[in-house]
Design a protein around this ligand. Structure first.
Ligand SMILES: Nc1ncnc2c1ncn2[C@@H]1O[C@H](COP(=O)(O)OP(=O)(O)OP(=O)(O)O)[C@@H](O)[C@H]1O
Ligand SMILES: [Mg+2]
Length: 274
């Protein structure tokens, strides 16, 4: 099974080194709760940025800012080097930033192809009031087989697919509709080893095709398998920011698990015996 992803349809970002998306000292407060403070992040084309952090660390808040759902209260958001303010997720989509949420906005009982084109249906040229079901079926089949998902029938309800396949359908959909930055919110959280493998392979294929991928996860193993760059959030602060070459899986896991706090806990639980 080969996994291939076509190159982003929009033009390559200006110059090789200008990040697709950059956050400069971004902060977000909800009333007197500080959800994020001083976050600096660069998302480059052809790279996977892994965002790690425990519950309440600020991961969702961070992606809500990049995807246009919320606005930061401090700092700057730049797209292709230009300071930008998104009023809504539609503004972010227009710039090619697409988010695949964990709960996937799919209608489980509808066929795969209807979900693929949900809200952006193709219509017959001669009868603009009728849907072009044949074209949508054919496109869905082609787009999915490009990424190694060979469904015999795209008429089955999407709810009958495996978790990994559903994630891949959602990602393929974002790619097809012009994304160049893919934000994936815990795409492997609810999946077993094999299904996670399907999604991780697809993440690597998307990166190799030149997409900027932001991969949010609790799982340091998954992050380390596909990530080029890691950011660890802890209570809204950036605790770690390093490249693949700068950190081992053991260190990433230890940092993620709370590092020193975990050692102290182990010591306490074992009554100081180790
Ligand atoms: N709309 C909101 N109003 C008030 N506080 C919020 C809001 N959204 C998030 N927070 C607070 O901001 C902090 C970060 O939350 P966030 O949802 O970004 O964390 P997370 O890393 O995504 O956690 P999880 O892994 O549980 O999804 C938390 O303390 C949360 O209670
Ligand atoms: Mg979250």
């Amino acid at each position: 099974m080969t996994t291939t992803v076509e190159k982003p349809s929009s033009d390559a970002p200006s110059g090789g080194n200008v990040p697709l998306v950059e956050l400069k000292n971004v902060g977000k407060s909800y009333g007197n709760i500080t959800a994020l403070k001083d976050i600096c992040l660069r998302v480059h084309a052809g790279e996977v940025t892994g965002i790690l952090g425990d519950n309440g660390a600020g991961k969702s808040t961070l992606i809500k800012i990049i995807s246009g759902l919320h606005q930061q209260t401090d700092g700057e958001l730049l797209v292709d080097g230009e300071p930008t303010k998104f009023g809504s997720p539609a503004d972010a989509l227009e710039k090619g930033i697409a988010t695949v949420y964990q709960n996937l906005a799919v209608v489980p009982l509808m066929p795969v192809w209807r979900n693929f084109f949900l809200g952006q249906e193709l219509r017959k040229k001669s009868f603009p009031f009728s849907l072009d079901a044949d074209a949508m079926r054919a496109t869905t089949l082609t787009e999915l087989s490009k990424m190694g998902i060979d469904l015999p029938d795209v008429d089955v309800p999407i709810g009958s697919l495996s978790g990994g396949q559903k994630q891949c359908v959602a990602i393929a959909r974002a790619v097809f509709f012009g994304a160049r930055v893919l934000i994936l919110d815990e795409p492997t959280a609810a999946l077993g080893v094999k299904q996670s493998g399907v999604v991780l392979k697809y993440i690597t294929a998307a990166k190799e095709a030149g997409f900027g991928v932001v991969f949010i996860t609790h799982n340091p193993h998954h992050a380390h398998l596909v990530g080029d760059h890691f950011v660890l959030l802890n209570r809204g602060r950036q605790k770690l920011d390093c490249t693949y070459d700068e950190i081992t899986l053991e260190h990433l896991t230890q940092q993620m698990a709370g590092g020193d706090e975990l050692e102290a806990l182990s010591h306490e639980l074992r009554g100081g015996k180790n």
